[in-house]
Design a binder for this molecule. Structure first.
Ligand code: 5GP
Ligand code: MN
Length: 329
């Protein structure tokens, strides 16, 4: 399936009035920053814009400029001309935001997930982009859409967070050039943004990490590392979903580890799996797809029915196979 051009998307944006800019459930910095950046640009263009996420604005990202504009969707349906899904690999990961769209004349789908099937009328999927925000930047620039300091800061924070602070392999010269352009054009304070992103966690998050490290396991070969969180422990610590974003990086960072997995028991009888790879030969999005999930080659996830122990066993078997197939065991 081929992508729509930026020109075509730009034309649709200029020709309509009522917009909803949506992002995935359990949002990360890329989803929220991309939503705010595009939403702010459309507002400056004089459009009527709703910016909705199932969870509303997370405490952790509340420093993002104009973060108050990003709200939970209403309980009753609303009609818009154009609904835009950002950073959302499958449409139903829009959650209650999807339910709040009564109807839309046009759906636009902009994303960087390899596993995105291309739902919607106008589709731009670029799996080479390390963040959806990089695609939003190129859209805004190429179509000369409104741009200002607040838009720049949202895009920079989104790109920084989805590249693990410009570390992950998809961070390219283009990514760094875009980052530089954002810093220059928006006169951004990189140190301050980074502190808000990486040095402003509640103490609770470290207490959670302590519990996760207690459950840490390595496979015999040392290639696979896991930890898990039961509902009970989560309840005792009072953790909220946003607390665990990024903790899996501690497992991936261990020498010799190729695949890291985080198992999180959910209240609905499912287990959320969050998976990372350090080697292109192990495609964790393919492994997660066998469990109904998806994502990127090196970072993916799924929600699987079963107890922690059951899901852990099934998933570890699948990983074991993949490691063997790649000749890495
Ligand atoms: P995380 O482990 O940080 O939650 O997610 C890693 C990547 O996998 C993200 O890009 C996310 O969009 C994707 N992902 C996580 N969970 C799911 C899921 O249940 N289904 C699909 N399709 N993608 C997921
Ligand atoms: Mn993303």
């Amino acid at each position: 399936m081929s992508n729509t051009t930026f020109e075509e998307v730009g034309r649709v944006l200029s020709e309509h009035h009522q917009f909803a800019v949506l992002g995935h459930v359990r949002p990360d910095g890329d989803a929220l920053g991309s939503q705010l950046a595009l939403g702010l640009s459309l507002r400056k263009l004089g459009k009527n814009v709703r910016i909705w996420n199932e969870e509303g604005m997370l405490e952790k990202y509340s420093f993002l400029p104009r973060g108050e504009l990003l709200t939970k969707p209403p309980a009753t349906e609303e009609h818009v001309d154009v609904a835009i899904a950002l950073d959302t690999a499958i449409q139903n990961r829009l959650g209650t935001s999807l339910a709040a769209i009564g109807s839309a004349k046009i759906w636009i789908n902009i994303d960087h997930h390899l596993t995105n099937p291309g739902y919607g009328d106008l589709v731009i999927i670029d799996p080479s982009a390390p963040a959806t925000a990089e695609i939003i930047f190129r859209l805004i620039k190429s179509q000369r859409l409104p741009f200002d300091h607040d838009i720049a800061e949202n895009l920079f924070a989104a790109i920084s967070s989805d590249t693990g602070s410009f570390q992950y392999p998809k961070t390219s010269a283009r990514t760094l050039e875009i980052a530089a352009e954002l810093v220059r054009a928006g006169d951004l304070d990189v140190g301050k943004i980074s502190q808000q992103l990486y040095e402003n966690y509640p103490r609770r998050r470290l207490e959670l990490l302590r519990e996760l490290l207690r459950t840490m396991r390595f496979s015999e070969s040392g290639r696979v590392a896991t930890f898990g969180l039961s509902l009970r422990t989560a309840g005792e610590l009072g953790v909220i979903p946003e607390d665990n974003e990024g903790l899996i990086d501690h497992l991936r960072a261990v020498r010799g580890v190729i695949v890291a997995v985080f198992f999180e028991e959910l209240p609905d009888g499912k287990v959320r799996i969050s998976m990372r790879s350090k080697d292109e030969r192990i495609d964790v999005s393919a492994i997660c797809q066998t469990f109904g999930g998806g994502g990127h080659t090196l970072a993916a996830g799924a929600r699987v029915l079963g107890t922690l122990a059951q899901v852990e066993q099934k998933v570890l078997e699948e990983i074991d196979e993949a490691v063997k197939r790649a000749g890495l065991s």
